[in-house]
Design a protein around this ligand. Structure first.
Ligand code: NAD
Length: 347
């Protein structure tokens, strides 16, 4: 990346400028909070509706507030003095959650609706929204070999029921706040994100964490088998958390991308059966596979077309799945053992 393209050079965000991060008690926003803190930003306000002891990560010397961002007045308080606002708060989870709780997913529209208005009223310079690959037309994802999704594939629209439509509608808010009111907004469509400090149990976890946990559990209990949702031929791409936070920073600070939805995901396509093999390899075990064909599976195939992000940033998420799953597996194993020993764990 040349100096001219360096996001910080464009933005010149001061180290003492107020940054607001919604959803910071969760996985990605927690990692983003740590990332900005490590870059030397001194005024970070991290917000989540979860009580503070339940936050996945608490970064020292960061203002942490437990507040419900679906409430308008709360959003005004949250955005006071904000120079940049990152909205990653949402009621979400893996397929097991978003296929079952569509109303909760749709209700996340309240969060973005109030946060973006509060950010605008507070005079924020930039606003980030975490959209999702679930905003894409499901008709284009019916076979495991479906071609990778490019940004224009969201329209004509037929997003994932509930969760996907909320993302698409909130994207539109971001586009109109730029078009009508001139606030710089950034919209990244995340494809599955995984890594340490992510949800790994409890019903909201996504495939990589769920499979790691099942392998660890089978090993621990000497079970010998593993239940896989679907026939395992479903394909996805998975982005390592470090790539995700670096991508958020670059997208947010790239003026060529204002109000323009962009894929933020890996383009390495992995079948669920392959994911299981990699997790087994890391765990040093081979299990008998039992396929639950009634379980939620989502679309048959989804990958990220990274032509546009390459064109805009000369960059794309590049951590290989095999490389990223190792620390993820080790972290989940530690959580598993800690829980067994009666210690407090994440999720
Ligand atoms: P997460 O569940 O770990 O974090 C989301 C956080 O938002 C949670 O801690 C939750 O308590 C909080 N939250 C929910 N409602 C809130 C409210 N009303 N007020 C304040 N906080 C509230 O999920 P994540 O994986 O970190 O996802 C972050 C964002 O990225 C979400 O918008 C999600 O839709 C999006 N996304 C994630 C993925 C992924 O693979 N993890 C993929 C696509 C998009």
């Amino acid at each position: 990346m040349t100096n001219q393209d360096n996001p910080r050079a464009i933005n010149e965000l001061g180290k003492d400028d107020q940054i607001v991060i919604g959803g910071a008690g969760g996985f990605i926003a927690g990692a983003l909070t740590r990332y900005f803190h490590e870059q030397g930003f001194t005024r970070i306000r991290a917000i989540d509706k979860k009580p503070l002891p339940e936050w996945y990560q608490r970064v020292p010397r960061v203002e942490c507030l437990s507040m419900d961002l679906s409430d308008e007045d709360t959003c005004k308080r949250a955005c006071e003095d904000a120079v940049e606002v990152y909205n990653l708060a949402a009621d979400m989870g893996g397929m097991g959650f978003i296929e079952r709780f569509r109303i909760e997913c749709l209700r996340s529209i309240l969060i973005n609706t109030h946060m973006i208005e509060a950010a605008y009223r507070a005079g924020a310079q930039r606003y980030f929204f975490s959209s999702s690959a679930c905003a894409y037309n499901v008709e284009l994802q019916k076979v495991p070999t479906a071609r990778a999704l490019k940004e224009s594939d969201a329209y004509p629209a037929m997003a994932e029921r509930g969760y996907g439509w909320e993302k698409l509608m909130s994207e539109m808010f971001c586009q109109e706040y730029w078009a009508e009111r001139g606030m710089k907004t950034a919209i990244a469509r995340f494809h599955n994100v995984y890594g340490p400090w992510g949800t790994w149990d409890g019903g909201r976890e996504k495939a990589p964490a769920a499979i790691c946990r099942k392998v660890i559990e089978a090993k621990d209990k000497g079970a010998g088998d593993i239940v896989i949702w679907g026939d395992g031929t479903q394909t996805r791409s998975f982005m390592y958390i470090d790539d995700c936070v670096a991508g958020i920073d670059m997208i947010m600070h790239c003026d060529k991308l204002i109000a323009t939805p962009i894929n933020l995901g890996s383009s390495e396509l992995i079948a669920i059966n392959e994911l299981v093999s990699i997790a087994e390899e890391i765990g040093g075990i081979q299990l008998e596979r039992k396929h639950d064909l009634e379980a939620p599976q989502g679309v048959a195939g989804r990958n990220s077309d990274n032509t546009f992000i390459q064109e805009m940033l000369g960059w794309e998420p590049s951590t290989s799945f095999r490389e990223g799953l190792k620390p993820t597996y080790a972290w989940i194993e530690k959580q598993y053992k800690d829980r067994k020993a009666g210690k407090r764990t994440v999720s």
